[in-house]
Design a protein around this ligand. Structure first.
Ligand SMILES: [Zn+2]
Length: 565
């Protein structure tokens, strides 16, 4: 838990802003020192939904103070909202759209400073792009302990040396899981797609190409991508010399099926993005994509929500890169299968089983897949069906978000049993946070916070808001980011160098030097106890370790919220 002195320091930092004269004009119902007003530490794009929270149960007036003049820019009432995560007062100042620097006051309580600006998240997204350059593995100039792992790796089947150098370290460790680190490629090209082709273009293309060299090297001639080099048996620095005892093993088995499609989507996106800048490299990625899609055609056909969603997004990226009807047909066939797994709002994880889909690393894949199908093929004959499925799902997400004052989306639904917390929803249970044990029996007690879950939902809600023309979905998307950037019971931002009051970063004792603080790195984020109560766990890997999916989805969400509707 966050130590009390940190919270006091936070209050002291934020209590002395201009406009204090207004304090006497406001009710004192929320004057206690520890009742810090929670608001996104960075701020908002002008048209965004803007909410602030304060612990309490009685409505109270609040004021948004313009820091440049000390004058009140907006006055409103914070109203009580109960629910699972405690009684809070919620204020809505979405009407305030004037660019500027602001803080909120309510009685003796105050928020930190924040801004309203059209380019509100540009600096934060740029930091997250740079985060990847600090996580570079191999012979880089920018990696935090470069050069490193020049001896990756040795095949687990034949013992032969094979060059799989490059890529990124996945977390506050040195592992290079393919399924998780692929999110680095995805996050970077999605930022480019969202912010516009000229926003930090060379910087992003350079970074994504660095990461992609590892994935290209991990593709076998048969077309599939191997599992990983540097896992639990390779989480150490090496002597950088090949054929010595510390060379890291390459686990040559195919990565899981959703990640094969994820790899395919990544290579198709690289084909498209490099077509003008470097046609030769684009051609290499195109070849990798074709080989992978051919292997996927021979492999087990996707049937789970995770695999179908990834296959839809892969087919869409193939269509965007190569055109033609073939991949549009593939995408629509998979969307049809995916919608068969939808049950009044949510998606089951697989056919013939009641368990709902939930995913800590992948986030809300079916939401993203449906949105991207509608963005890419809005006039498809099946589009009305897709739109109906999307509306059902977003209605469901909205109703779930109303179960607590923060407006966040609970982590998941559970069939058949109470997963801890006794939170019922019809014949199902739900939790705000991943279970601290038994989520995945093979993973033992491994669990992490929910930043990727929140940010992926946020991305999908932004897209759905545009597609369905429902501004309230954009507002809901904003609240997922708000939680990551300070609107949570600990008033903590879990992004290094963005916002304030970050918890202590997890530091491993498995190797030296450990991963340093890296600006733009997104930690796993707040998690939950066995009874689903929010947990900060400062310094622990569960909540306070960087992880690629968390960083990728968060920077993508910031880009989506900045461009708005
Ligand atoms: Zn390395």
């Amino acid at each position: 838990m966050l130590a009390a002195p940190s919270r006091r320091a936070f209050l002291q930092q934020t209590a002395g802003f201009a406009g204090a004269m207004l304090l006497s004009q406001l009710p004192l119902a929320c004057a206690a020192e520890h009742d810090v007003i929670l608001v996104n530490h960075v701020g908002f794009a002008p048209p965004a939904g803007k909410f602030c929270l304060l612990k309490g149960q009685s409505a109270v007036e609040f004021a948004v103070i313009d820091k440049s003049t000390g004058q009140t820019a907006f006055k409103g009432v914070m109203s009580p909202v109960g629910g699972d995560l405690g009684p809070y007062l919620v204020g809505d100042f979405s009407e305030l759209q004037q660019a500027g620097s602001y803080a909120i006051q309510c009685g003796g309580a105050a928020s930190g400073d924040f801004a309203i600006a059209a380019d509100i998240y540009e600096s934060a997204v740029a930091k997250s792009v740079s985060y990847f350059s600090r996580q570079r593995c191999g012979n880089s100039k920018t990696g935090h302990h470069a050069p490193c792992h020049l001896d990756d790796g040795r095949r687990s089947d034949t013992g032969q040396l094979e060059d799989v150098t490059g890529g990124w370290h996945d977390a506050c460790d040195l592992r290079k899981w393919v399924n998780a680190t692929l999110y680095g490629v995805t996050g970077l090209y999605r930022v480019l797609d969202t912010m516009g082709p000229n926003w930090q273009r060379q910087r992003i293309l350079d970074e994504v190409r660095w990461g992609n060299q590892y994935f290209l090297k991990m593709q076998e001639p048969a077309g599939y991508v191997m599992d990983y080099c540097g896992g639990d048996d390779g989480n150490h620095w090496t002597d950088n010399r090949r054929s010595t005892a510390d060379d890291r093993p390459i686990h040559v088995d195919p990565c899981d099926l959703p990640s094969q499609y994820h790899f395919l989507a990544a290579q198709a996106a690289m084909t498209r993005h490099f077509a003008q800048d470097d046609p030769a490299y684009s051609h290499i990625c195109r070849g990798a994509a074709i080989k992978c899609v051919q292997w996927c055609g021979r492999a087990e056909q996707p049937s789970t929500t995770a695999a179908l969603s990834m296959a839809i997004m892969a087919a869409i990226e193939m269509h965007r890169a190569l055109g033609g009807d073939e991949y549009r047909t593939m995408a629509s066939a998979h969307v049809r299968q995916l919608l068969e797994l939808q049950t009044t709002g949510f998606f089951r994880a697989e056919p013939n089983k009641p368990e709902p889909f939930r995913a800590i690393m992948h986030g809300n894949l079916p939401l993203l897949a449906l949105c991207q199908a509608l963005e890419t093929f809005p006039a498809h004959p099946d589009a009305p069906l897709w739109r109906h499925g999307l509306r059902l799902h977003t209605d469901f997400l909205q109703s779930l978000a109303q179960r607590a004052a923060f407006g966040t989306i609970p982590f998941g639904l559970y069939a058949d049993r109470d997963p801890g917390g006794s939170r019922r929803l019809g014949s199902y249970w739900y939790r705000w946070f991943m279970k601290p044990r038994d989520e995945n029996p093979s993973a033992g007690e491994w669990w992490v916070g929910i930043n990727a879950h929140l940010a992926s939902n946020g991305v999908g809600l932004c897209k759905a808001g545009r597609i369905l023309k429902l501004p309230q979905l954009m507002q809901l998307a904003q609240r997922q980011l708000d939680w990551i950037l300070g609107v949570n019971p600990f008033a903590t931002s879990t992004v290094t160098g963005v916002g304030r009051n970050q918890p202590q970063l997890f530091q491993t004792d498995e190797f030296t030097p450990p991963t340093p603080l890296i600006a733009g790195g997104v930690m796993n984020g707040l998690g939950g106890s066995a009874n689903d109560e929010v947990v900060l766990a400062a310094g622990e890997y569960n909540t306070c370790e960087y992880w690629t999916p968390m960083t990728a989805y968060t920077m993508w969400l910031m880009a989506e919220l900045q461009i708005g509707s």
